[in-house]
Design a protein around this ligand. Structure first.
Ligand code: ADP
Ligand code: MG
Length: 691
C-alpha cells in the first residue's frame, strides 16, 4: 500500500479514532508514521515474579487468577489483579481504571510493565502498561511514549502506528551511496526502529536517519525553488545609469541622518540584485529600530528612477500609514522633478494620495496609475485589478517569507523583484536550512544615537518598588509605559482568555496607578478602535498602555521609554527582545522590566541572558540551544516551521545534508526517487498554505 494512503483506510480502526487522528493533522498513513515518540520507557527486562526488586521498572508475564475493585476511603477506585507465574504471585494494582476489569479477565495470560514497590512489607506491582498475552508492543520492550492529545492515548497511537507500519510500503529516498557515506540505515528500517526499537542504539540510528531526511528534504526543496526562480528571466531590466547614481547619492546626502555602515552594505546588496536579469528574492533582517525603512525607500527610489513602480505592503493599517508618512517626509527634500508620487491605499480600497486630482472615487484607478509608490496592507495584492510596470514589491514584517508571496504575486501575473523585511531574529542556521531559496541581508548595528534598553529582571519582592520608581518617572519625566500582559495561549490569534487577563491587569493597574491615565489595547477590539487608542497614546493622552502580547504595536512612540513584561518566562528570548523593541526608539534612555509568574532557577537564568545581550539573532540562537527547536515558544507566531525530529542547532547534520543536496542536483538524481519528489511537493504546499 502506498504511504500517501488516506488514514480513513486504516484497518481495525474506529471512526472516532480516525477523527481524532485527523484533528492532530494526521491525514495519511505516512503522517501517522511521522508522529514520533517524544520519549521511551525501557521495559525490556522481563522478570520472574520471585525476583522482583523494589524500585525496578520491569515486565512480568503471568496468569491472572483473581481480580477485584475496591474503593478507598477517599473514594479512589483501585483495581487489583492477582498474577502468578511458575515462581510466585504478586498483586498488580491500577488506579481509577475500572474498565480494565472487563479487559483483563481471570485465567488470561497477561503481560504487565511498570514499577515495583513495597507496601506494608509486601511487594506490589504498579503497571503503567499491560498487554493481553505475551509482550509485543506495549510491554516487554523499549516502549514508545507519544504526546497524548485530543483524547488519543499513547497506547492507541502505538497500536495504530503498528498497523500502519505493517501495511504500508515505505519508499527509499536516498541512493545507497549516500546512505553509506553518511552511515545511515534504510528508510523503512528507520521508521520501524523509531517506533519499535530493540535497543537504545537503534533509537539513535533511527533518529539520525530521519533527522537527515527532514533537513535534506527542506534544503533540497528550497534549492529547487531557488533554481526555478533563477530560470525565470525578467521581461524588464533596471540600470544604474550614471545620472541615476548621481541622483541617489544626492538623496542619501540629504537624508536627515547618515546611513550606518550596515545600511550602506545592505543597500549595495539590494542595488546589485535589482540590476540582475532574474528577480531578487531577498530577506532583509534587522532588529526593531535598526533602520530598514530607509533602505526600502532607496530601493523604491532606484526603481522609480528607472520608471518602474513599487508596491509596499505592511502587516497592519497603522504601519502602512506610518510608512506613507515616512516616505513623504524623506522624499520631501527632493526636487519636484525627481520626486516619486506616493499613494496609500487604505481599508476598503480608499485612496489617500498626494496626487491631487479632484473627484476622488472614480479616479482611484487613475491615481493608482499615476502613483510611483503604492503603500498598503496585504489588501494591495488582493485588489481585483492588477498593476502595471511593477518593478519591486516590498513586504514589511511578514511572518512567512518568499515562497508564499511569490505564489500570490504570480497569481496576479507579476514577477517583480521582491524584498521582504523582518525584525524576527532568524538564527543563521535556520536561515540557511529553511529559507535557502532566499538571499539574506542583515543590519546588525543600530544607528548610533540609540541607547540600548536597560533591562532588569524584577523579583516579586521588588515589584512594589519598581511601580514606585515608574510613578516617579511618569511624574518627573513624562515617561510613557507599555505593559505587556502574560502570554496565555500559544496562538497567533487573540483568544478570549488573554483578553480577559489583559482586562483584569488593566483594572489592577488602574488601582495602583490611580493618579495616571491608563488605556487598554487588545486584539479583539475593532481595527478602528485600536487605531484611535494608538493615536491617542502617541499624542500622549495616556501614560500607560496595557496590552496583550499578540497585539502588533509596531508604531514609533519615542516618548515611550518603559516597558513591563509580565510572566516573561513564558516568552522566548527572541520574542522578549522584540517586545522590548517597542521602547528605546528615541534618544532617551529606556527601560525594560521583566516580571516572572513562576519563578524557577532556570527561568531566571534564562531571563538574565536578555538583560545582558542586545542582539536579536544571538538571542534567537540562544533560544534554540536552551529550549530546543520544538520548544521555542511562539514559533508559530514567527512562522517558523517546526522541525519534527531534526534540530536547527545540529550544524554537523546540516552540513551533511547540504552536501547531499549538491550531490543530488549535480547528478540529476531527483527523478529516480519518486517518493522524494512527492515529499518535496507536500512540503511546498505546507510552506505556501501554512497550517
Ligand atoms: P525598523 O528597522 O524597525 O523598520 P525604522 O526604519 O523605522 O526601523 O527606523 C527607526 C528609526 O531610526 C526611525 O525613526 C529612523 O528615522 C531612524 N533611523 C534610521 N536610520 C538611521 C540612521 N542611520 N541614523 C539615525 N537614525 C536613523
Ligand atoms: Mg519597520
Amino acid at each position: 500500500m502506498e504511504q500517501d494512503q488516506k488514514i480513513e483506510n486504516l484497518p481495525r480502526t474506529s471512526l472516532s479514532t480516525i477523527r481524532k487522528l485527523k484533528t492532530l493533522g494526521i491525514k495519511t498513513y505516512f503522517e501517522l508514521l511521522n508522529y514520533f515518540p517524544f520519549r521511551y520507557q525501557d521495559y525490556s527486562v522481563i522478570s520472574t515474579i520471585n525476583l522482583l526488586q523494589p524500585g525496578e521498572k520491569v515486565t512480568i508475564v503471568g496468569k491472572v487468577v483473581d481480580s477485584q475493585q475496591i474503593i478507598s476511603q477517599s473514594g479512589l477506585k483501585i483495581q487489583k489483579f492477582l498474577v502468578t507465574d511458575d515462581t510466585g504471585q504478586v498483586e498488580a494494582i491500577f488506579y481509577n481504571q475500572s474498565f480494565l476489569l472487563t479487559m483483563i479477565k481471570k485465567n488470561l495470560i497477561v503481560s504487565f510493565s511498570g514499577g515495583v514497590e513495597i507496601k506494608a512489607n509486601k511487594i506490589i506491582f504498579l503497571p503503567t502498561e499491560y498487554e493481553i498475552g505475551k509482550p509485543t508492543i506495549h510491554t516487554g520492550r523499549i516502549v514508545p511514549i507519544y504526546v497524548e492529545k485530543k483524547g488519543l492515548s499513547s497506547r492507541t497511537i502505538r497500536e495504530k502506528i503498528k498497523i500502519a507500519l505493517e501495511s504500508v510500503e515505505i519508499g527509499e529516498i536516498l541512493p545507497e551511496e549516500v546512505r553509506k557515506i553518511n552511515h545511515l540505515i534504510g528508510e523503512k528500517e528507520a521508521y520501524q526502529k523509531i517506533h519499535f526499537p530493540s535497543t537504545k542504539k537503534e533509537i539513535a540510528q533511527a533518529r539520525e536517519r530521519l533527522a537527515f531526511d527532514e533537513l535534506f528534504i527542506i534544503q533540497l526543496s528550497s534549492t529547487l525553488v531557488r533554481k526555478s526562480w533563477q530560470k525565470e528571466k525578467l521581461d524588464y531590466r533596471l540600470y544604474l545609469l550614471p545620472e541615476i547614481e548621481k541622483i541617489i547619492c544626492q538623496f542619501i546626502n540629504q537624508l536627515p541622518f547618515r546611513l550606518t555602515s550596515d545600511q550602506r552594505k545592505v543597500w549595495e546588496e539590494i542595488l546589485s540584485d535589482l540590476q540582475k536579469t532574474s528577480s531578487m528574492n531577498r530577506l532583509l533582517q534587522g532588529d526593531v529600530g535598526s533602520g530598514k525603512t530607509v533602505v526600502a525607500i532607496l530601493a523604491a527610489y532606484f526603481v522609480y528612477l528607472n520608471h518602474f513602480r513599487t508596491l509596499l505592503m505592511a502587516p497592519t493599517e497603522i504601519l502602512a500609514q506610518q510608512h506613507y508618512q515616512t516616505f513623504i517626509r524623506l522624499f520631501s527634500t527632493i526636487d519636484q522633478d525627481y520626486r516619486p508620487k506616493i499613494s496609500l491605499i487604505s481599508r476598503n480600497h480608499k485612496l489617500i494620495s498626494e496626487i491631487d486630482t479632484p473627484g476622488s472615487k472614480e479616479d482611484l484607478e487613475k491615481k493608482i496609475f499615476e502613483s510611483d509608490i503604492i503603500i498598503g496592507t496585504q489588501a494591495l495584492i488582493s485588489r481585483k485589478k492588477s498593476y502595471d510596470r511593477v518593478g519591486l514589491v516590498i513586504i514589511d514584517e511578514q511572518h512567512r517569507f518568499g515562497v508564499k508571496q511569490r505564489a500570490e504575486l504570480k497569481k496576479k501575473g507579476l514577477n517583480p523583484h521582491l524584498l521582504t523585511m523582518t525584525a524576527t531574529p532568524i538564527p543563521r542556521t535556520v536561515a540557511l536550512t529553511l529559507y535557502g531559496e532566499l538571499d539574506f541581508s542583515f543590519i546588525e548595528k543600530m544607528p548610533e544615537n540609540r541607547l540600548p534598553v536597560k533591562t532588569y529582571y524584577i523579583p516579586p519582592t521588588k515589584r512594589k518598588d519598581c511601580y514606585e520608581w515608574i510613578k516617579r518617572k511618569i511624574k518627573d519625566e513624562k515617561a510613557q509605559v507599555f505593559v505587556i500582559c502574560p502570554l496565555i495561549d500559544q496562538s497567533d490569534k487573540e483568544t478570549m482568555k488573554s483578553v480577559k487577563a489583559a482586562k483584569k491587569e488593566y483594572e489592577n493597574l488602574s488601582r495602583i496607578f490611580s493618579e495616571f491615565k491608563l488605556v487598554l489595547l487588545h486584539g479583539k477590539m475593532k481595527q478602528k478602535e485600536k487605531e484611535i487608542v494608538m493615536k491617542k497614546f502617541s499624542n500622549h493622552e495616556f501614560d500607560i498602555l496595557v496590552t496583550t502580547p499578540v497585539v502588533e504595536v509596531g508604531i514609533d512612540i519615542p516618548e515611550a521609554t518603559i516597558i513591563i513584561i509580565e510572566a516573561a518566562e513564558r516568552f522566548g528570548l527572541a520574542q522578549l527582545h522584540q517586545l522590548r523593541g517597542r521602547v528605546g526608539r528615541g534618544s532617551k534612555q529606556s527601560y525594560c522590566f521583566l516580571f516572572c509568574d513562576k519563578e524557577t532557577k532556570s527561568a531566571i537564568d534564562r531571563l538574565k541572558i536578555i538583560t545582558r545581550i542586545n542582539n536579536g539573532a544571538i538571542l534567537a540562537q540562544k533560544d534554540l540551544e536552551l529550549r530546543g527547536p520544538g520548544e521555542i515558544y511562539g514559533t508559530r507566531q514567527h512562522g517558523f516551521f517546526e522541525l519534527k525530529i531534526a534540530s536547527f542547532s545540529d550544524l554537523r547534520l546540516i552540513e551533511k545534508t547540504k552536501k547531499t543536496v549538491y550531490f543530488f542536483i549535480s547528478n540529476n538524481l531527483l527523478q529516480k526517487f519518486p517518493s522524494l519528489v512527492r515529499r518535496i511537493s507536500s512540503l511546498e504546499i505546507q510552506k505556501i498554505s501554512p497550517n
